[in-house]
Design a binder for this molecule. Structure first.
Ligand SMILES: [Zn+2]
Ligand SMILES: [Zn+2]
Length: 1087
């Protein structure tokens, strides 16, 4: 087993422990509510036997025969509410468009009601539909499964209706089909995923709605419109298209109302609202405040209508019991909602309208049924789970039996004495009691379903700490092969056994008590650690002669300690809600601080290394501002300034979190088509973005040409030469199309063609890198003379490397005098071939690969924020140059990358996560990325998931990919320095070989690449631990679901992404390494 294999085993073992830690933690943290699989039937013991409704309903006499449910997705309350104070012509696009609602409220106050319809977060459509049909409260874990909607198994109103032989017709959003397969007698599903498509679903419904309404044979008709929601996602509520969409909805409602008969009730509702930017998913007021409009052509309620301005609030889960009892079917078993009482005070069959007592009594009957149903559910739930706090549960039961007894007394009273004067007030008191019972139950349930499994959480945390421990241990033992071996056996043994132990623990003791679990865990891990320690000591003793002590200089130098402090500060930031909210500012502050510490350190180092003679000479010389400023010593400071500038500029691309109330949305985040009023601004932004993405590709070309990696006709060279510019061209064209009005854009087939060309072009490049990553070129021998002359002339542009150079060093023939920069010049061996591009053979492969990936990321990020990625590239370049400077002034030829440089890379990836328009919240996820190049009717969710993922973690992917460049860059860049200085001051002997030194010291290469990758992963693992620990410690915090839980989830996904990308880039380095080795061998043989 070679060094390489061992490295991979360690990488994989550590990743297994990390993944295990994350998964186990998630299991304990994002708990699911237990599902009670029980259904309510007509024959329950709490329905009054005397009250037999037979055909006219189950628990209660039904009020309506048919119901029309129109869901306008994302119908915010203020979309439905008519604001009379707004002057006509000055309303915003979403204001005062649903005029029909206003007309009905004014002209038929007892036949219509408008409510604020409060959603329980998460405000995603799937979660809302579950709540709207089952009446249950959502748990956080459901939020993640939005795209994998599965059939609802809990009792729900659809199944209740079907059990009473009612027929349901559904049209619109196809999510319903997934939730309730085969439940509808007729359905007209339309795809819901394509948020760019504003019309397909709505037009499909409109075509079928009225004909369906006129048909007989249905009892409930559900129409789910998506246009308003999609318009919000695409343009936001302030766009004129929103006005058109709402006007269209107004027309739909008007024609629906026209067809209604007296026995039909209409519910128009939004499943959630939307933010100012048109997104939803969180729990801000704008997202939670939906609208509910109830209407019937016959009298709905006896209650006097409230003033229009103060529409009452009802919860979304209240819809289920209300609808059930109005239609005379049992309330679903798991419902926790409360009926809307005022809709139950009018009962024409019971002459409830005749007296106030009868009205209240009728209401109480409905409330009582509701309370009984909830009580049954609590009882069933308490049998399968011990979640409910005992005293609270008992208090609720007491309140319930008090109300029941009072009701019995009242009924007896009426029976014996008839209506008497204090009857009404007693009835009203009873009504309040039932209401408060139902409200308190909901409160208790909301409290307990945020209950955590602390055993799993602590095990998850422990595993994360454990793998961080192994990583640190391994990092300290990677400075020599012997030490690596010793640590390898220890780490493998310890981590292998612990994974097995945890797996066994998990499956055998999952149901056991916390104490037993923790005890076994503690005991097991102690044994594993002790055995690991013994192995370590034995191995150390055996190889004590060779193994040297670890060099800690990289970690405990001044900048190293500063970097550790900065990592620690980042770690601590996760524990404060305001730090997490303003993490974008925090990460850029820490990044800039670390950079200045480094550049000051390099500057100080330079002054320290300067010979005293020169200093005294300089002191004598007059102070010359120009000379001071152009001094090479100033380079790190200039680099740092440019770096700072880039970071500052990148802040313009940040998105706003809802909690950052002073933040204003950057105009880079708006779609190009929304610049409707300013054409010059539109053009300026477009050309700015295009130039921003073209500049790096010019840089790439120049770099490859300069180092001779762009010669020949290999697949890699050709694809770099042609595919990358073609990709750029089509990105620019695609962005130009974005400026078109959306209606025109949707009908153009090229909107999908252009991005696909970009994907294909870059995939070709990526494949080319994997097929043959060597972008080197052997000058043909026969034509050597003719080719040689021009090469010499442009020797500044192309550094050819003579094969004999590395052959010499391979054979350790140091007396060979042929070495010069341009090789062939002094060579008397004419047979030797000239090879271009060897000095940058590793980095060119890395850079070409990165370029192809970056181009795809540009495309996915879109024309607004793509420019920010170019700033990231600029920062990476400066970081590399700075590190090279550092190496030169330190005269450091070791390949050990200091900890502080790794932390710099880590902080850059965090910084640009925010600077590419992202935040760690659900509403800021850019769903539209899934439609770059695709229409949206996806078969599976893998591809759209991947595209959204790449968009979200673009910065992590890019920065982590360039990680191995830290190792390579100084190798060929310092060669320039030392050569310029001449051989007299040649501190770096291997400098003129560039990256070829890597192949000469294969063992050291493997160790350094491994160490670099592992160190980088360590930084992110510390961040992961921070967010995990914060979520665990602050799980009772008010803001846990809003701030800490999403932060932890984003961090774990980003960590996994980074781990994968690091493995990819390390793998690519080794791929180049083995290819180069093979190439050298073949060359050897041909000679
Ligand atoms: Zn929705
Ligand atoms: Zn939506």
């Amino acid at each position: 087993m070679g060094l390489k294999a061992r490295m991979w085993i360690l990488f994989i073992l550590i990743s297994i422990i990390h993944a295990g830690g994350i998964l186990i933690f998630i299991k304990g943290f994002l708990l699911k509510r237990s599902v009670v699989l029980k259904n309510n039937t007509c024959h329950v013991d709490f329905t009054m036997k005397v009250d037999n409704h037979e055909e006219e309903g189950c628990w209660m006499h039904r009020r309506f025969q048919k119901a029309i449910v129109i869901i306008i997705d994302a119908l915010r309350f203020d979309f439905a509410y008519y604001n009379t104070s707004i002057i006509k012509g000055q309303e915003l696009p979403f204001e005062n468009k649903l005029k029909i609602i206003h007309e009905k409220l004014i002209h038929s106050p007892q036949k219509s009601r408008l409510y604020r319809f409060i959603a329980d977060p998460p405000t995603t459509t799937l979660q809302r539909l579950k709540g709207l049909t089952t009446g249950s409260l959502p748990t956080f874990v459901d939020a993640g499964s939005n795209f994998a909607s599965s059939e609802i198994t809990e009792d729900n109103i659809i199944d209740q209706l079907r059990r009473q032989q009612k027929s349901i017709v559904q049209m619109g959003d196809d999510t319903w089909e997934g939730l309730f397969p085969n439940r509808f007698i007729r359905s007209y599903p339309f795809p819901s995923f394509n948020v760019k498509d504003l019309h397909t679903v709505d037009n499909g419904i409109i075509k079928n709605l009225i004909p369906e309404l006129k048909k007989s044979g249905w009892d409930m008709l559900i129409a789910h419109f998506l246009g308003v929601d999609h318009c919000g996602h695409r343009f936001g509520p302030y766009h004129p298209v929103m006005g058109e969409k709402l006007t269209q909805m107004n027309d739909v409602l008007r024609s629906v109302i026209k067809t209604m008969d007296n026995d039909t009730v209409l519910f128009v509702l939004g499943d959630h609202g939307m933010t100012r930017t048109g997104d939803h998913g969180g729990d801000s007021k704008d997202e939670v405040d939906a609208a509910l409009f109830v209407y019937s052509p016959s009298k709905l309620t006896e209650t006097v209508a409230p003033k229009l301005e103060d529409s009452p609030s009802v919860s979304q889960i209240d819809l289920v019991p209300t609808m059930s009892l109005l239609l005379g079917v049992p309330v679903p078993f798991s419902n926790l909602g409360m009926i809307i009482p005022e809709l139950f005070d009018h009962g024409p069959w019971a002459q409830a309208g005749t007296s106030e007592v009868k009205q209240v009594f009728h209401k109480i009957k409905a409330l009582r049924l509701n309370a009984h149903q909830v009580k049954e559910y609590l009882h069933a739930y308490s049998l399968i789970s011990e979640d409910f706090p005992k005293h609270q549960y008992k208090d609720l039961n007491t309140l319930f039996s008090l109300s029941e007894n009072e009701l019995q007394r009242l009924i007896m009273n009426i029976y014996h004495n008839g209506e008497h004067e204090d009857l009404l007030s007693r009835l009203e008191k009873l009504e309040t009691n039932y209401k408060s019972y139902l409200t308190n139950v909901r409160g208790m349930c909301q409290g307990i379903w945020a209950k955590f499994d602390t055993t799993s959480m602590s095990l998850g945390l422990f595993l994360t700490c454990f793998s961080i421990g192994i990583t640190v241990f391994q990092l300290f033992h990677t400075n020599s092969q012997e030490r690596f071996e010793v640590a390898f056996w220890t780490s493998t043994a310890v981590s292998g056994w612990s994974s097995a132990f945890v797996a066994v623990l998990w499956f055998s003791l999952m149901e056991a008590k916390t104490a037993i679990m923790l005890g076994t865990m503690f005991f097991g891990f102690s044994i594993i650690l002790i055995v690991g320690f013994i192995i370590y000591k034995l191995m150390m003793a055996r190889g004590s002669e060779q193994s040297s002590t670890p060099s800690l200089s990289g970690y405990f130098s001044i900048h190293g300690i500063c970097a550790i402090l900065i990592t620690f500060m980042y770690f601590c930031g996760f524990f404060s809600n305001s730090y997490v909210v303003f993490e974008d500012s925090m990460s850029s502050f820490l990044l800039q601080s670390l950079l200045w510490i480094q550049s000051t350190f390099i500057y100080a180092q330079q002054c320290g290394t300067e010979p005293s003679k020169q200093i005294s000479e300089k002191k004598r010389a007059k102070f010359d501002i120009f000379r001071t400023l152009t001094n090479r010593k100033m380079k790190p400071l200039y680099l740092a300034l440019t770096f700072n500038l880039c970071v500052r500029l990148s802040m313009n691309f940040r998105a706003c979190r809802e909690e950052q109330w002073t933040c204003e949305t950057s105009s880079f985040l708006l779609p190009l088509s929304s610049f409707t009023d300013s054409i010059p601004l539109k053009n300026a932004r477009y050309f700015f973005s295009v130039i921003a993405i073209i500049l790096p590709s010019i840089g790439l070309r120049w770099f490859l040409k300069h180092y001779g990696n762009l010669n020949g006709k290999s697949l890699l060279v050709l694809s770099t030469k042609y595919c990358i510019p073609i990709g750029m061209l089509f990105i620019a064209l695609y962005w130009a199309l974005q400026a078109l009005p959306p209606q025109v854009l949707d009908s153009l087939p090229v909107t999908r063609l252009f991005p696909r060309i970009v994907y294909v072009a870059n995939l070709i490049t990526i494949v080319a890198v994997f097929v043959n990553p060597l972008s080197i070129y052997i000058l043909p021998k026969a034509t050597m003379e003719s080719h040689y002359e021009p090469t010499a002339k442009i020797s500044n542009n192309i550094i050819p490397q003579m094969y004999n150079q590395m052959k010499d060093s391979l054979n350790e023939l140091s007396e060979n005098e042929h070495k010069t920069t341009n090789g062939a010049e002094t060579s008397d061996d004419v047979e030797l071939p000239v090879v271009y591009g060897l000095a940058t053979v590793y980095s060119s492969a890395m850079i070409i690969f990165t370029a192809a990936v970056t181009e795809i990321l540009y495309l996915l990020l879109g024309d607004g924020v793509a420019a920010s990625l170019s700033l990231a590239l600029c920062n990476i370049f400066i970081g590399l140059e700075m590190y090279t400077c550092w190496k030169c002034w330190m005269k450091d030829t070791s390949w050990d990358v200091p900890w502080s440089v790794i932390v710099l890379w880590g902080l850059m990836s965090s910084q640009y996560f925010f600077a590419t328009g992202h935040q760690a919240t659900v509403p800021t996820i850019k769903w539209e990325a899934a439609f770059t190049g695709f229409h949206g009717d996806f078969e599976s969710h893998i591809l759209p998931g991947l595209l959204i993922h790449l968009n979200t973690f673009a910065s992590e992917v890019l920065v982590s990919l360039t990680l191995p460049l830290i190792l390579c860059w100084p190798l060929f860049r310092t060669s320039r320095y030392s050569i310029r200085k001449g051989s007299s001051d040649n501190w770096n002997e291997g400098a003129d070989k560039g990256e070829l030194v890597l192949i000469e010291n294969s063992v050291q290469f493997q160790l350094c690449v491994f160490k670099l990758g592992l160190g980088y992963v360590l930084f992110h693992a510390v961040k992961l631990l921070g967010s995990m620990l914060a979520a665990a410690v602050l799980r009772r915090h008010l803001m846990v679901w809003k701030i800490f839980a999403p932060r932890f989830i984003f961090q774990s996904v980003s960590f996994i992404t980074i781990y994968v990308v690091v493995i990819m880039s390390v793998g690519l380095m080794q791929h180049v390494h083995s290819h180069l080795g093979g190439w050298l061998n073949r060359l050897e043989k041909t000679k």
